[in-house]
Design a protein around this ligand. Structure first.
Ligand code: ADP
Length: 600
């Protein structure tokens, strides 16, 4: 999982769980508090209304008691009583509907409404006759259709009941007081008697027409209990109902509020809590995202930087903060810079090593070429040596067989044959000597005995060696050696070999009628010796290889002329041992000049 996701999840867990717990607990607590306060209010309102009913009824009762004593009602003038009670009715309009006086037999002896008749079977008469004030059940008179009660009180004289004072009391005023109670738009307030009949309701038509005994609060209140509860009422609505028993009148006051409406504040609180929680959670999420981005962005940059470093296109990461990550970024940038420098150096070294390797490779190719050449030389050498050995041998054999034959006894011819044998033996000996000399020189085993050599005296010896053949071929030999020539430091015998080689080569490669010129010239520190001929010359590209072992310029015209290809190699090695070098200048058809310098 990515750090950012981990961070977000961790922060959310450590913030949202406690947050939710706090919100949930405080919501529950507030809900309970509000609920309790709503219930308290409802109970309070019910009790207050109950007391208001009690008060109102008390006033009515005390009115009747006062009237009952008014000038001993039986004995005052009827008209005076009439006026007094009419006034009272007017004063309490709508409350007192009628006052009437009963004798002990239940006959109406006086009525403000001039009613007559006998009511001895009425409960209020019976109860009042027994000496106490009595409040009747609610009833609805046919004439008005408005609920009323009758309050009856015995009239006493010297503790003897002399009559009954009764009043019909309209309940509309009382209802008006009850209806002031706050029950919301959906609530109901009603009063039931102890049988469960409705004796007060907003809907007056229900009064004494509906019995709601099954209502929970009605049951409770008819058991003469007070209290509050949540229940499903007679209209199948869930309500919060408060009930209050009025024992004096055997009435139960019931105030029901629609549960939803009652707890509207709780619901609003719930919504508010949910909204606040959502905002808080949203805030935490946003905060978490911002914080995680702040933390992970530099890490992401570091990761990208590391990748670009690996890929080789690193650019320094901008340092966005001064905290630990900022410091880490600085260190990373520094390290990356150093690494890049090291890398650069390494690449340069590798480059150099590669170039070196290339060079070595080229050298190896050249060496390989050399080896191939050497291999070819070896083959050439074998064929050349075998040829050079075989040719004189077959000549010797032919001459020997000729001598062996008795038929060829001519002394002249025999001498010629013998000379031929000797020449070929010499030729072989020369070749073998050449090979041995070169091997010795290359192995560093050839001994040089340096001495002061007078070249002026040495040159004729070398010329004499080739003169017979030169004369035979009409080749002119000239020399230009100053009389007073300084001596040179050289090995005389080896120097003769060199001169012989150069002169015999000049002879071999100069056609009849040509010229060979030997010269020596003195310089300050050395003497320069030159052998020049007017021979066939050598092509430019062959010049370098002339001094290689067994090298012979490969052309049919030259092949005819015998040789081992060792002469110049030996000469060159000898002159090298003298601390010098043989130079050659030549052009095909223009002759050749071989020259070397020797220290005085
Ligand atoms: P070789 O025994 O063949 O003379 P060298 O080493 O003396 O061997 O000479 C090598 C080759 O150089 C000869 O085979 C010849 O082709 C060439 N060369 C040497 N000297 C001359 C010269 N003066 N003129 C032309 N070619 C020469």
């Amino acid at each position: 999982m990515r750090i950012r996701s981990e961070l977000i999840i961790s922060i959310l867990i450590i913030s949202i769980i406690p947050l939710s717990f706090v919100v949930y607990t405080s919501y529950n607590y507030s809900q309970e508090t509000i609920r309790a306060s709503i219930m308290d209010n409802l109970v309070g309102a019910t009790e207050n209304t109950g007391q208001a009913i009690d008060n109102w009824m008390d006033v009515r009762k005390s009115d009747i008691r006062v009237i009952s004593q008014f000038g001993m009602v039986e004995y005052i003038e009827k008209e005076e009583l009439h006026d007094y009670l009419n006034n009272l009715e007017n004063e309490h309009e709508g409350v007192y509907k009628e006052f009437f006086l009963l004798d002990l037999d239940g006959n109406i002896i006086f009525s403000t409404k001039n009613h007559t008749g006998n009511v001895d079977s009425q409960q209020y008469f019976i109860e009042a006759s027994n000496g106490r004030l009595y409040v009747s059940d609610v009833y609805i008179p046919e004439v008005t259709g408005s609920p009323e009660i009758i309050i009856a009180n015995p009239i006493k004289k010297n503790n003897t009941i002399t009559g009954i004072m009764a009043a019909r009391v309209g309940l509309e005023q009382l209802y008006g007081i009850i209806e002031k109670i706050e029950i919301g738009t959906l609530g109901e307030v009603f009063i039931v008697n102890n049988k469960g009949d409705i004796i007060f309701h907003e809907n007056r038509s229900m009064i004494l027409h509906e019995n709601i005994k099954n209502n929970f609060a009605v049951k409770e209140v008819t058991y003469e209990k007070n209290g509050i509860a949540e229940y499903v009422n007679y209209q199948e609505e869930t309500v919060l109902g408060s009930y209050y028993w009025l024992p004096l009148y055997r009435w139960g006051l019931i105030v029901e509020m629609n549960r939803g409406e009652a707890y509207i504040e709780v619901l609003a609180l719930g919504r508010l809590t949910v909204a606040i929680s959502l905002f808080a959670i949203l805030g935490v999420i946003l905060f978490t995202i911002v914080i995680s981005r702040r933390i992970t962005e530099p890490i992401e940059s570091l990761k990208d930087g590391a990748i670009s470093l690996v890929e080789g296109n690193f650019k320094p990461i901008p340092v966005s903060s001064k905290n630990e990550i900022g410091r880490l970024t600085e260190i990373f940038n520094q390290t990356a810079k150093e690494l890049l420098e090291i890398r650069k150096k390494l690449e340069m070294k590798i480059d150099m090593a590669n170039k070196d390797l290339e060079l070595k490779n080229k050298e190896l190719v050249i060496a390989n070429e050399e080896l191939k050449k050497l291999d070819m030389l070896k083959s050439d050498f074998i064929s050349l040596v075998s040829h050079e050995l075989r040719t004189p041998l077959s000549a010797i054999r032919t001459s020997s067989e000729f001598l062996e034959s008795e038929e060829n006894a001519d002394p002249g011819v025999q001498k010629e044959m013998l000379e031929n044998i000797i020449r070929n033996v010499d030729r072989q000996a020369r070749l073998i000597n050449d090979i041995l000399d070169l091997t010795k020189i290359e192995a560093g085993r050839m001994e040089f005995r340096f001495e002061q050599v007078d070249f002026k005296h040495m040159a004729p010896l070398a010329i004499e060696n080739i003169r017979p053949i030169a004369q035979k071929n009409h080749i002119t030999i000239t020399e230009d050696i100053p009389d007073k020539l300084s001596t040179i430091s050289a090995d005389k015998e080896k120097l003769i070999i060199v001169l012989n080689n150069l002169l015999s080569n000049a002879l071999k490669f100069t056609p009849d009628g040509g010229t060979i010129h030997l010269s020596a010239k003195e310089y300050q520190d050395y003497i320069e010796i030159k052998v020049k001929d007017t021979g066939i010359g050598i092509e430019k590209e062959q010049l370098e290889k002339l001094f290689d072992k067994f090298y012979q310029v490969d052309s049919p015209s030259r092949r005819k002329i015998g040789g081992s290809g060792l002469g110049l190699s030996i000469s060159s090695e000898i002159i090298k041992a003298h601390g010098s070098k043989i130079h050659v200048e030549s052009e095909p058809g223009q002759g050749s000049t071989f020259c070397f310098r020797l220290k005085k």
